[in-house]
Design a protein around this ligand. Structure first.
Ligand code: ADP
Ligand code: MG
Length: 444
């Protein structure tokens, strides 16, 4: 057997340089356009794809980057040990690496370093001292190790790193984006005559359930259209058909003349269709600013390598400036630096609107935006939507608050059991006997 060379001072330095470099590059990557797309994957692929993120590509990038780092550490190990044995590459070691990530805090760069420190030192200490205490019972070490890790995770379920940083007496202040740098805007048609969204006999079947049954309607430029109906009427499914989350079973849907009935969400958003979700899809452990900046994903073009090397800063400044502007527009500037998950549900819905506005949309689709808002907040939202319409945007919204809808909408489309039962001005919908029977009830 070859002698295993002791780790020298020089090799220890080389390893630390590699660790610090990898940490720096990774932190640069995570704090960028590509990094936000990667972090958004934690919340599922639907929200990320709605803003143009190519999720398979992002996942592949993460896999390759992780493989490069693993390869680098394997090379350093073999190089300095002068011999490679299979122990650090086996299943047992794999479990230990996972342990390290969980203990330190998965998703935190320094959590990896801290977790490795905790696990390695703890094992080392237990191995050296337990035999003296219990007289050479080797299984005890695993049990005591396990108990200590369970206790640690009880104390800090997200991992040791976020627990430690939350205990700090100060919060590292972030620089607020400079809102003077600007992104290009889309051209908008001047009048209200052009058809922006054309839905023609759209149909969606889930097994035996006909969720959307040959529904047809248009949304014109500079118009607010409301889609109303009882729960389960097919409103959210219609949104999913328009935005490419679901493929239609039949019918035609076009945006500005482009057929989107079977287009993926990343293509639909390119045409200027942005949306919010009935069940909020924000990344809770990212700030409001970072969440909103995901909306501007398609308006930047820096890739992973330039982000790691910090060559993306002009591009990045524009995206963050746009995000900050939209946050100010919806009135959440005071919360810009807070974690999205710490906001009330009503505020999170507003954050989703700001994120959608970052697309610079022609058509904004809002799924129950006023749910959970107080009276004053609803009025502010209505004023914002009117202002957006007057600025050239169209809005299609689903909402159950009839006071809000009747005041705001130019036109209303009513669905019941997947079928359109009425369409018209708020005044005519209020009087329509079919709508009263199916939805509004006698009180309306
Ligand atoms: P709304 O938004 O109007 O309340 P939805 O569009 O969410 O209604 O749902 C319409 C109908 O389609 C409901 O009966 C619902 O159960 C069904 N549905 C929605 N999404 C799915 C799905 N992914 N799989 C199966 N059925 C679904
Ligand atoms: Mg719904």
């Amino acid at each position: 057997m070859p002698e295993i060379a002791p780790i020298t001072e020089a090799s220890r330095n080389a390893i630390w340089v590699a660790v610090l470099l990898a940490a720096l590059l990774t932190m640069n990557l995570l704090d960028s356009r590509t990094g936000r797309a990667i972090r958004a994957l934690r919340r599922g692929h639907i929200a990320a794809e709605a803003f143009g993120v190519q999720t398979p590509r992002a996942k592949l990038l993460v896999f390759i980057y992780a493989a490069v780092l693993a390869g680098l550490s394997g090379w350093l190990y073999a190089h300095f040990q002068r011999a490679a044995n299979p122990t650090p590459f086996g299943a047992q070691a794999g479990i230990e690496y996972l342990f390290i990530a969980v203990v330190g805090g998965a998703g935190y760069v320094w959590g990896g370093v801290l977790g490795a420190g905790i696990v390695v030192i703890l094992k080392e200490v237990l191995q050296s001292y337990l035999p003296y205490i219990f007289g050479g019972q080797s299984q005890l070490e695993t049990i005591v190790f396990g108990i200590m890790l369970v206790l640690l995770l009880q104390l800090a379920p997200q991992g040791a790193w976020p627990w430690l940083t939350s205990k700090l007496p100060f919060n590292p202040a972030r620089k607020m984006p400079d809102t003077s740098v600007k992104l290009e805007h889309r051209e908008r048609a001047p009048g209200t005559s052009s058809v922006l969204l054309h839905v023609d006999k759209a149909r969606k079947q889930f097994g035996g359930v006909l969720a959307v049954n040959d529904v047809s309607f248009d949304v014109n430029a500079r118009e607010i259209v409301a889609l109303i109906g009882p729960n389960g009427a097919g409103k959210s499914t219609t949104f999913n058909l328009i935005t490419g989350v679901l493929a239609a079973t039949g019918g035609k849907i076009s945006v500005l003349g482009n057929d989107v009935a079977n287009a993926p969400p990343q293509e639909v958003v390119k045409l200027g269709v942005a949306r919010t979700f009935q069940h909020v899809k924000l990344v809770p452990d990212m700030t409001v600013l970072e969440n909103v900046a995901i909306g501007a994903h398609l308006r930047g073009n820096s890739g992973a390598i330039s982000s790691m090397l910090r060559l993306d800063r002009t591009d990045e400044a524009k995206l963050l400036a746009e995000a900050a502007r939209q946050i100010a527009r919806v009135g959440l500037s005071d919360q810009i630096d807070q974690l999205a998950g710490s906001l009330s549900l009503g505020q999170q819905r507003i954050v989703e609107i700001a994120r959608a506005l970052c697309v610079d949309p022609m058509l904004l689709l809002l799924d129950e935006p006023a749910a959970g808002l107080r009276h004053m907040e609803k009025q502010r939202l209505a004023a914002l939507l009117r202002q957006l319409r007057d600025g050239g945007m169209s809005v299609l919204l689903v909402e159950h608050d009839m006071g809000f809808v009747m005041d705001l909408a130019d036109r209303i489309v009513v669905l019941d059991f997947g079928t359109k039962i009425a369409e018209g001005t708020p005044a005519s919908i209020k009087r329509n006997p079919d709508v009263i029977k199916a939805y509004l009830g006698a009180a309306a």
